[in-house]
Design a protein around this ligand. Sequence first.
Ligand code: SAH
Length: 468
Amino acid sequence: MQKNDIFEINITVITEDGDGIGRIPGDGRVVFCKGALPGEKIEAQIIKVTKDYAVAKVNEIIEKSPDRITPDCSYTGKCGGCSFRHCSYEAHLKTKQQYVRDCIERIGGFSENSKIEFLPIIGMENPYNYRNKAIFPFSTDRDGNIISGFYRKNSHSVIEIDNCKIENPMASQIRLAVTEFATTYNLTAYNEETGKGLIRNLMVRTSRSQSEAMAVLAINGNTLPHTNEFISFLTEKCPFVSSVFVNINKTSGNKVSGDKYIHLYGKEKLRDAILDTWFDISPMSFYQVNPEQTDRLYSVVKDFANLRGNENILDIYCGIGTIGLCLANNAQKSGNPIKSLTGIEYIRQAVVDAEHNATLNDITNAKFYDGDAGKVLSDLSEKGALADKYDLVILDPPRKGCDKKLLDTAISVNPEKIVYVSCNAATLARDLKYLREIGYEPNKVQPVDMFPFAGHVESVVCLEKRKC
Ligand code: SAH
């Protein structure tokens, strides 16, 4: 097989990135076909060959899947944002649900007849304008004008986008105002190849509960020229902007943000609520991007946790404290408060936010520690600073999942229950396999669609200590 060869391929499964997978007839190698859906027969033209797999573009759809729809966004195929706009939302949800189950069975080694209950995925009724965070890169067009938008698919060139169907409309309005300001004041856009130019990107975070927005302009320099004019211009055009920062990022390449944030205007944090619990969020702290689904995600955690009162809870990878504080707050309001909450997170500012958020919600029995989760946990355990016994451990790691050492330390506190929240079903499955080896059985899996039209899927798993 070589580049440009043409084959008829039957697509059987789909990747997280929205590419259909089939096998090359006769050869047997896997081929990733851009944009093809399971059940389709396509004419594929090979664009890349390796010894293990091939990549192809779709020349023609010979037999079309009933799930295929005409994308309702004119940027589909150009913008790198949504990889599933060509597939009906119902079918897309089923794909995600199946993907989670496949990972757990295949990578986790849980057989089809294991006792795990796979609950149907929780989707959105109206999967539009759901995102509360956008990062818009800036660039220069052929005529030398400064432009902003999103990265083109698989590239770092920027395409201008008038109207994004998944972003909050406040974010687009802020982007247009910042771009207009940059044009008026002849500000330059950063060029990743030359390392020259000032404006790198604009991050906007919006608050559902307050209808406010935070704008963070990342620059390749020490100061933003015409700062006063910038603030007046932006707040006049977008009166809902409640907070403005610049982020200093003088690194080469395409790192999104640097370490230094300078507060220019308004509040230093954005306030939002999840499950009746208030959170103040700093620009660099992690916060779930889909607020409506976050309510549902945390409700699942709450159901799985099934708190009765007086529990010790350990929230590992706690960010600004969201999951643990929602549980603590809801328990307190129901009259059966928990005994203690311990949170661990390695972004120092997120820990400061978590402590502040505990106070904001009148929670006095929470403690947060900053540092690498594995290290902090071992240190606390060595110092005897952990409770003798935890009723619940919450794990909510980044995409790479947890390492074995962390899982060993987490179970050394002897929890009755673990609730694992994951944004990557493959690493989740790997970790479930190990947790089972060390005595914890998963009994329920609930996928939640936090990212409609994008490939990623979130899952919550309830594990209980195996009774010997
Ligand atoms: N539970 C929070 C955050 C989940 S995202 C929420 O739902 O909002 C994962 C968090 O883990 C991020 O805040 C990230 O900063 C943190 N993190 C990643 N690796 C870590 C590590 N090795 N040790 C501690 N925290 C880590």
